[in-house]
Structures are given as structure tokens and as C-alpha cells.
Design a protein around this ligand. Structure first.
Ligand SMILES: Cc1ncc(COP(=O)(O)O)c(C=O)c1O
Length: 286
């Protein structure tokens, strides 16, 4: 039986219930984070919790815990569930209040839940790459907020599922923005490129780590939107996310990226990323 964290209390999973008038349930009015756990340790927890705090400020949800209090609670949850390799999911909603679009009064407190899930590293995808399709980005223009409102992302991912692909790459007018739940990168020669961090993408924590790794290792990097043509013509394409790490993309819309092989720059970044995980969480079993 697993333990979940609900409003600061550790309770059995079966006892965690959502009120029908919770604003997360009715409006998707809330924010969330997903943190990777390796060897029972959170990877880049501070960065995730800082982004959570930034998202909460952008939508006016007051989180009453400090980052260190949240870290302690999450570490306790991981240890109660004896989680070694997996993820930690957490969300804050605006709380329970009679349905009305406007914000409730200040006495309504956010609903906070967190739980853990066993999830192995996606070793096959990391080694062999994945296929993707391109879809129009139909989402709103505050994709920088890690909001519970994921309908556009859900619809994009479903198109990938129906096309037997791993991910959908979204484009807005002529520019590639991001995946349904990942950031997208192209490589030409030695140059690595991804969409700039603005309101049209989520500034992924994995994205931020890759940028840091490029800078530390003297790799050429550009944060600038690119077109679908650039995507199709790229030497290498990969995606990044907390759960997918640095995953090579070997085909776009059924057309192989170059020869359909994982590129050298992608492999180099995978290696650097694994080193960063090991430095923070210890040696990986696989
Ligand atoms: C829309 C979107 N973009 C990018 C990402 C990657 O972010 P991160 O690296 O923080 O997981 C995610 C992760 O879920 C996402 O949902």
C-alpha cells in the first residue's frame, strides 16, 4: 500500500479523495511538477520547486510551504514508499469552493497532493530513438506556466498515440514550439538549437540542464525558434524531459532524420546528462 501526501499529512493512497468542488477538478485551476528520482534521491529538486513557486506566483496561488519545507516533505514521502527509481508527482490547486470562475476568497486554502510512482529509465528509447509527428500548437499563450490545464497537450499526445509515435512536435504558425510534454532540439554540425524560453514553451528543467552542459563544455548553442523545414533538414533531432531525459528522435512524420541513426552530438549530451545525474544522485544501476 503506498503513501501519499495530502495537505501536509501522510495518508494511505486509498484515503486520498478529491472534493467535487475542488478547482483543480473543475477548472484545471492549479499547477504541478514532476521530479525524477534516481537511487531514492530527487534530481534537480531545487530547480523544480523554484519553477513551481514561479508558476504559483504567475497564477496567484499562495503556497504556504518554503522550498526547504517542501523538500523535507517530499524526501519523507520517497522514503515512506521506499522509492528507488521513479518519479514524484505534486500539484497545488486553488482549493475547494462553490463553482464560480472568479477566484475564491483568501480563506480558501490550496489543495496540495504528492505521490510517487516507480518508473524505470527509458533505456530502449535512449539507445535507439523514437518517432514523432508534427501537429499544430492549439494551446494558449502562457505555456511557460506549468498549469494543470493540459487539454491542448493531451490532444497533441493522442495524435502521436494514434500515429504509433512517441511524441507530437507542435508548431505555431511557422515555428516549432515544443513537444506535448517535452522540449525539442535540433543539431546542425556542432550547433545545438532550441526554442527560446518565452510564453510559448515550458522552460524545462532538463532543457535548463542541457543548456548548462552545453555552456560548460564549450558546445555551440542557440536559443531561437526554428521552422518545420529546419526540423526536417536537421542533422540530429532530440527531445528532453524529466521522464525522457535526452531522447533521440530518429524519424519525423515517417521520414528518417538523416539515416535514422542516433547522432553523435545527441550521444555526447546523453553522456554529459548521465554524468550530471550520477554527480547528484549516485551511480545508476542501468
Ligand atoms: C509542455 C512541456 N514542455 C516541456 C517539458 C519538459 O520539462 P521538464 O524537463 O521540466 O520535464 C514538459 C514536461 O512535462 C512539458 O509538459
Amino acid at each position: 500500500m503506498s503513501t501519499v501526501l495530502m495537505n501536509g499529512e501522510f495518508i494511505p493512497r486509498e484515503e486520498a479523495k478529491v472534493d467535487i468542488e475542488d478547482r483543480g477538478y473543475q477548472f484545471g485551476d492549479g499547477i504541478y511538477e514532476v521530479i525524477r528520482v534516481y537511487n531514492g534521491k530527487m534530481f534537480m529538486a531545487k530547480e523544480h520547486l523554484e519553477r513551481l513557486s514561479a508558476s504559483s506566483e504567475k497564477i496567484g496561488i499562495a503556497i504556504s510551504y518554503s522550498i526547504s519545507e517542501l523538500t523535507n516533505l517530499l524526501e519523507t514521502l520517497i522514503s515512506k514508499n521506499s522509492l528507488s527509481t521513479g518519479i514524484l508527482y505534486m500539484q497545488f490547486t486553488r482549493g475547494i469552493s462553490p463553482r464560480n470562475h472568479g477566484f475564491p476568497t483568501d480563506d480558501v486554502t490550496p489543495t496540495f497532493i504528492a505521490y510517487t510512482k516507480i518508473m524505470q529509465r527509458p533505456l530502449d528509447n535512449l539507445e535507439n530513438g523514437v518517432s514523432v509527428i508534427t501537429v499544430e500548437d492549439i494551446r494558449w499563450s502562457r505555456c511557460d506556466i506549468k498549469s494543470l490545464n493540459l487539454l491542448g497537450n493531451v490532444m497533441a499526445k493522442q495524435k502521436a498515440v494514434e500515429a504509433s509515435c512517441y511524441e507530437s512536435i507542435q508548431y505555431r504558425e511557422l515555428s516549432v514550439t515544443e513537444g506535448s510534454s517535452s522540449n525539442i532540439w535540433i543539431v546542425n554540425g556542432e550547433k545545438v538549437q532550441t526554442h527560446e524560453a518565452n510564453q510559448f514553451i515550458l522552460n524545462g528543467i532538463t532543457r535548463q540542464k542541457i543548456i548548462q552542459l552545453c555552456n560548460e563544455n564549450g558546445m555551440e548553442l542557440e536559443e531561437k525558434a526554428f521552422s518545420i523545414e529546419d526540423l526536417i533538414d536537421a542533422d540530429e533531432v532530440f527531445l528532453s524531459s524529466t521522464t525522457s531525459e535526452v531522447t533521440p528522435i530518429t524519424s519525423v512524420n515517417n521520414v528518417p532524420v538523416k539515416e535514422g541513426k542516433v547522432g553523435e552530438v545527441t550521444k555526447k549530451l546523453q553522456g554529459l546528462f548521465i554524468d550530471a545525474i550520477i554527480a547528484e544522485c549516485g551511480q545508476l544501476a542501468n
